[in-house]
Design a protein around this ligand. Sequence first.
Ligand code: YXS
Length: 259
Amino acid sequence: MEHLHSRLEAGVATITLDHADKRNALGAAMVEGIVGALERFEAARARAVVLRAAPGVRVWSAGHDVDELPESRRDPLGWDDPLRHLVRRIENFPAPVIAMLEGSVWGGATETVFACDLIVAAPDVSFAVTPAKLGVPYNVSGMLTFLNAGSIRVVKELAFTARPMSAARAEQLGLINYVVPADAIEAFTYDLARGIAELAPLSIAVMKEQLRILSGAHPMTPQGFERIQGLRRVVYDSADYQEGIRAFKEKRKARFRGE
Ligand code: YXS
């Protein structure tokens, strides 16, 4: 795929996002490429995966491809949405996936990064959670990804302000593992990955799966789930949702009316 590169060396795999024109937006084609690479690396029994963008990017990923979000009256983040596939594939991959970050990370890309097992960021990195900026009703498992990454107070700050959070603050809050100078981040990340690759892969795989199952073990009643789905439908059927998508495409600030 022209906007994605992948390689496997000594048990350490690398997937590089390289679609600068669209700021590495996570559209169906890009997600299909990443998931395909992960399938190949699982078959090749990779011991660790580094997920990165091309060196020196200002934007690691601009998040879900807004051009692929439904205009209205359809759940924009249903089970089969590409972004949902990507998050699940990372969570189910039987070896650690390490996000190596430079530049800004937006929306669904922030969730994708938080679904990774380890996060190494350059000092210029920022994270933004953007559903409120676009009028999007985020989905339950996506909110759980955020909740598993940090405290509910921090998730509310990210979600309710939609403001980018610096790598330094994210590290201070325990949202990410390391902040490493840009000129050292590659050596640092691959040293981490190679160290993991020398350890017992079966032990690591089972611990990763245990943590996935335990972190997803949140009781929710059928009524509770149906209530949330009903609330989400009100949002994606709303004029605000249409305004958010339209404003993005028209490159202007959205004017939300709460209806
Ligand atoms: O005008 P052209 O054709 O050159 O295209 C522009 C942008 O439209 C395009 N682009 C995107 N296309 C689809 N989906 C996107 N998420 C997206 N982001 C950007 O890329 C071309 C260059 O963009 P431009 O001129 O704005 O670049 P820039 O360097 O000045 O600014 C970079 C960003 C990332 C600050 C800016 O592009 C931006 O704010 N992008 C949107 C970030 C965002 O809000 N992402 C959330 C997407 S929705 C999502 O992830 C979830 C559904 S949710 O929101 O619920 O979390």
